[in-house]
Write a protein that binds this ligand. Structure first.
Ligand SMILES: [Zn+2]
Length: 315
């Protein structure tokens, strides 16, 4: 998805271009991405409206208009915003992926494109904003002053999941996606499958520091490049999208591991396995579903970082 650093850039670019502009035409492509929370159709709701605000909230983008209407977009995995200048060609191939298009009084056009149709576009009254799923339950915004070390401690406390899904829980932390979850864990030198409850205070310090440092450095880099709103700048990342390539820190090949339903990229040397999960159960029987915690802890004490099972080929 466009992730937080991408969206900070999109927010600025779209805000500078669109605030104060009046919508003169509006259309939708695939209606599966559209959720009308007000009566009437998309064009009727938006034509004639002037953009008053463009604001990122977590991983959502919120467009406020002077009339009593909002457009809130959750771009999910691949949704993107294409801003066409007044004199720019209108690529017809966009039609296949078009979620919506807004044409403005200076002939600029904003298109929301979504190849996978996983994103959602909500048209709502401000009074009904809280009914938008997930949006109303977002956790602490990671760029806000409210996200400090004490708050992070509070959020991490009692978590029973692995650290990567924890980072990606939008109801806890708003918002981290796949790419920056990997980058943050690499910076903090924590294996993606580590359970949150096994992190030491020092680990949590490093993780908190890495969230701030990685996101802010990425925002600076993306802003510095100043690419068009629909271009995701990712070539500066350390581990994400670099499987098989050398770790920029130690030279070990970057690996991929499945964590819940997602593939995580990590460096096996910089982010070593440290705990019971990595015991080779094939040698000592299936994992005891209801084994007492002490047994797992005892086993963890003996477990060494597991040597990788050799796969066919040099991969
Ligand atoms: Zn490394």
């Amino acid at each position: 998805m466009p992730e937080l650093p991408d969206l900070v850039h999109v927010e600025r670019v779209l805000g500078e271009r669109l605030i104060g502009r009046r919508v003169t035409a509006a259309r939708t492509g695939d209606p599966t991405v559209l959720r009308m929370m007000i009566p009437g159709d998309f064009a009727a709701a938006l034509v004639g409206q002037v953009v008053r605000s463009v604001e990122r909230r977590g991983h959502f983008m919120r467009f406020g208009f002077d009339g009593d209407v909002l457009l809130v977009v959750n771009a999910m995995l691949v949704g993107k915003y294409r801003l066409l200048a007044p004199d720019e060609a209108r690529p017809d191939k966009d039609r296949v992926a078009l979620g919506f298009a807004l044409v403005f009084d200076d002939a600029a056009e904003l298109r929301y494109l979504d190849d996978k149709r996983m994103g959602k576009v909500y048209v709502a009254r401000p009074a009904d904003e809280a009914q938008i799923p997930v949006y109303n339950e977002l956790g602490v915004d990671l760029l806000s002053p409210a996200f400090d070390r004490a708050r992070f401690e509070q959020i991490a406390k009692g978590r029973r999941d692995q650290v990567r899904p924890f980072l990606m829980d939008k109801r806890a932390l708003a918002s981290i996606g796949n790419a920056y979850a990997d980058e943050i864990l690499f910076a903090a030198r924590i294996h993606p499958k580590t359970f949150v409850r096994t992190l030491t205070e020092e680990d949590r310090d490093r993780l908190f520091g890495a969230i701030n440092q990685v996101l802010r450095a990425a925002i600076d880099e993306i802003e510095r490049r100043d690419a068009p709103a629909d271009v995701k700048v990712r070539d500066f990342l350390s581990v994400r999208g670099r499987v098989g390539k050398p770790c920029p820190r130690c030279g070990t090949k970057i690996r991929e591991v499945r964590v819940n339903d997602w593939d995580a990229c990590f460096c096996p040397t910089c982010q070593p396995v440290t705990r019971s999960l990595f015991i080779d159960w094939s040698r000592i029987g299936p994992p005891p579903e209801s084994a007492p915690a002490q047994a797992a802890t005892a086993a963890a004490g003996k477990a060494r970082p597991r040597r990788r099972t050799r796969r066919a080929g040099p991969g």
